[in-house]
Ligand binder design. Structure first.
Ligand SMILES: [Zn+2]
Length: 348
């Protein structure tokens, strides 16, 4: 066992008017050259403001359109001319790309999410295509996280619902982790588990009647951030990713057009909370109040495909032992999908 040495972000700014105040935020770190990646949306809406906000540091602003192939990113990363820091601003995909490139170039990474759709902007892993398959690739925890609520509140509602789904999954993931530690030689890192649990518990107590309310968004972002950072403490994604994530990864393979990560994960979390017999009612309340279930209904996901995903899930991560790695709980999950009144209303 190694003694713990936890990397945590040096910059953590959650508030207003931050994304275009980069000269001030970065000033203490004496960076001379910054490479900043943006996606198409960010490029279109914010390119000029970004340029204007970085006057004191040499800026190489790059747009990446379809960027998530690991080989292309490696090529891109090694073409860069010795940046002191890599920044990515945009949705989850561009953040993952920047995080990966900063990690292989061994330079600090600053994450500026434009939506709260998942915990990737703060976690130590990224989801990239390896040999054409979506794969969780290890990277480093961001050196900086800058969440500008002025920008985040403009994110479409489904992106916010997706963030809620990804955060609520901490509940089922932690229960899986505990289960795993009882059934095989897997150690739960108590500190990582505590942070992940505190994050979601603080969130569920927040008023949820207005998803664009700044207090709500700040709570969502800071809780997702804590969840992300907990993965750096445990050295794996177990504090925030369990059986519900396996269902989502399986749906990515089965569905012709997979839905947003946090939406699939949230649906998985609702199912698994009932399978685990732990906080299913809380899950139902949060997803009903926020309109999460209404949105899922509009997606017309089929019960049969969901059952198929449940049965495929252990193969996604054969090295783990979540509830879904046990046949009896796969059956229980499948039966729940068939019989739960609420799921029968929102699925086809
Ligand atoms: Zn997730």
């Amino acid at each position: 066992m190694q003694p713990t040495n936890i990397p945590i972000p040096s910059i953590l700014e959650i508030g207003y008017e931050l994304a275009f105040d980069l000269d001030r935020i970065l000033a203490p770190y004496s960076f001379k050259k910054v490479v900043m990646y943006v996606d198409d949306y960010t490029n279109e809406h914010y390119r000029n403001k970004i340029k204007h906000s970085l006057q004191k540091i040499d800026l190489d602003l790059r747009r990446l359109s379809r960027p998530n192939n690991v080989l292309d990113l490696t090529n891109e990363a090694f073409q860069l001319n010795s940046p002191d820091v890599i920044i990515a601003m945009g949705g989850g995909a561009i953040i993952d790309c920047g995080k990966y490139m900063a990690s292989i170039r061994k330079v600090p990474f600053v994450s500026i999410p434009t939506s709260p759709s998942n915990d990737g902007f703060s976690s130590s892993t990224c989801s990239l295509l390896v040999n054409g398959r979506k794969t969780t690739v290890p990277a480093h925890i961001p050196f900086g996280i800058i969440a500008d609520l002025n920008i985040i509140k403009t994110a479409p509602t489904p992106f916010i619902l997706s963030g809620i789904g990804d955060l609520m999954s901490n509940i089922t993931a932690l229960y899986d982790w505990e289960f795993e530690s009882l059934t095989r030689n897997e150690q739960v890192n108590s500190f990582a588990a505590m942070i992940s649990k505190k994050a979601v518990n603080s969130f569920v107590r927040t008023p949820m009647n207005d998803l664009k309310n700044p207090v709500f968004l700040k709570e969502l972002i800071s809780s997702l951030t804590m969840g992300g950072v907990s993965t750096a403490i445990s050295g794996n994604t177990s504090p925030i990713s369990g059986s519900e994530h396996l269902i989502s990864h399986a749906l990515d393979k089965i569905l012709e057009k997979p839905k947003m990560h946090g939406i699939q994960v949230g649906l998985g979390a609702y199912i698994m909370a009932h399978v685990q017999n732990h906080r299913g009612e809380r899950m139902r309340k949060v997803f009903s109040r926020t309109g999460f279930f209404d949105y899922v209904k509009s997606l017309r996901i089929s019960k049969d495909q969901l059952s198929e995903a449940i049965h495929l899930s252990p193969e996604i991560k054969p090295d783990r032992h979540t509830f879904l790695h046990d046949e009896q709980y796969r059956e229980k999950a499948s039966t729940f999908v068939k019989e739960d009144v609420l799921l029968n209303e929102i699925l086809i």
